[in-house]
Design a protein around this ligand. Structure first.
Ligand code: ADP
Length: 394
């Protein structure tokens, strides 16, 4: 975890400008998001769907039962604690499980259930009795491939005869080995090697092809071309699925090159807002005074989980459960101007789902102008608080 990562309010992480110099590590960012996130990110936006054939009926499901999955797969889903499909899954799963198979390009921010959706599709389409690779999933890094593999293992816990194989660097397979595992997850370079040079995988037998983290993929030299070479060797009836957390033009161009006749599903990212946050400031003489004010807050109100931000950058923590945020120091940029974006990321919530939050700013007298600028910038009020008198808050 790089120290310049600033956690978003939904627990995901973006990198700050400092990173631009040495290149933003999108894959590390993505892995970090997976590791820290234990639950679904909810969304208040509508799912946008663009069907390849607009005249065909559009199905959505509210329960997993409606999907008529194999019993052991349904059991696996419930064992993971999933009660009902996520917003994106409601639309994506019927398309992904349709007969004949349909191709899909899906974009939604990380944590909205994309991985779970394509893992479910792979598990529902494999034939456990056939002992050769039938589903192929490309991931941008070794670690991300392993993460996806873990989801396959958890969801497929009761599909006892289905097995996963990792086509990643370092996984030495002797020449002439017959791969009997049905699901292969790997990075483009190694998969290409296994398919064409070493002939360990017969691409003509692949039924489901998944390209995950497309935005990270195209960011890595050579991966787009390697992925396209793999895709070109797949049979025409193979189902092709592409997922991405973001969708700039470059991702879109790549997606259209690699996924023929796709349906498209998009879910917009939640915007952060300060509307449902009560913001206060406490005037302090120095850091000692700030510390005292903090103790008074702890003494005065019931605090569950809290985050205290100091000038030093803070790393990826899941702040979803946090109802109180303290700015021990205000975020400023190098020009000593307020860093508005960081302020919003520290304190803001997504409008509809954010619980009511409380934010405290410890302010030395000479920093008051900064606070005033933040108020004006967001057009939101930050009230002065007497730390000896917490009645104001309760
Ligand atoms: P993405 O691939 O979009 O980042 P994931 O599939 O990894 O999202 O899902 C994010 C988190 O939500 C994971 O912890 C996953 O286990 C959980 N999750 C996914 N689908 C559901 C669901 N239908 N119900 C509850 N939790 C879910």
């Amino acid at each position: 975890i790089r120290s310049t990562a600033v956690p978003n309010v939904d627990g995901s992480v973006n990198y700050t400008e400092d990173d631009e110099e040495d290149g933003v590590d999108l894959a590390a960012n993505s892995l970090l998001n997976k590791l820290i996130r234990q639950s679904l990110v909810e969304s208040s936006h509508l799912v946008e769907v663009l069907q390849k054939d607009p005249s065909s009926p559009l199905y959505s499901v509210k329960t997993f039962e409606e999907l008529r999955l194999k019993e052991e797969l349904l059991k696996g889903i419930y064992a993971m604690g999933f009660n009902r499909p996520s917003k994106i899954q409601e639309m994506a799963l019927p398309m992904m499980l349709a007969h004949p198979p349909q191709n899909l390009i899906a974009q939604s921010q990380s944590g909205t259930g994309k991985t779970a959706a394509f893992v479910l599709a792979m598990l529902s389409r494999v034939n456990a009795l056939e002992l050769f690779p039938q589903c192929l999933c490309l991931a941008p890094t070794y670690e991300l491939a392993l993460q996806t593999g873990r989801v396959v293992e958890r969801m497929g816990k009761f599909c006892v005869d289905v097995q996963v194989m990792y086509a990643i660097r370092g996984n030495q397979i002797p020449r002439g080995t017959d791969i009997t595992k049905q699901i292969v997850i790997g990075t483009p370079g190694t998969v290409l090697d296994w398919c064409f040079k070493r002939r360990l995988i017969d691409l003509t037998k692949i039924r489901v092809f998944v390209l995950d983290e497309a935005d990270v993929m195209i960011d890595t030299q050579g991966f787009s071309d390697q992925s396209i070479r793999i895709q070109r060797a797949l049979p025409s009836e193979c189902q092709m699925l592409l997922f991405s957390a973001t969708f700039e033009e470059s991702v879109w161009q790549f997606a259209e090159r690699i996924i023929p006749d796709p349906n498209v599903i998009k879910l917009r990212k939640e915007e952060l807002t300060l509307n449902n946050i009560r913001q206060y400031y406490v005037l302090c003489r120095d850091r000692k005074d700030k510390y005292q004010a903090l103790c008074n807050i702890y003494g005065g109100i019931t605090i569950g989980q809290a985050i205290i931000f100091c000038q030093t950058p803070v790393r990826g923590i899941d702040v979803k459960q946090v109802t109180i945020v303290v700015n021990f120091d205000l975020p400023v940029n190098q020009a000593e101007e307020p860093d508005y974006e960081t302020y919003l990321h520290r304190i803001g919530r997504t409008g509809r789902f954010g619980k009511k939050g409380l934010a405290f700013n410890m302010i030395e007298l000479d920093k008051l102008p900064l606070l005033k600028k933040i108020q004006d910038h967001f057009n939101s009020s930050i009230k002065q608080l007497d730390p000896e008198d917490m009645d104001e808050i309760e």
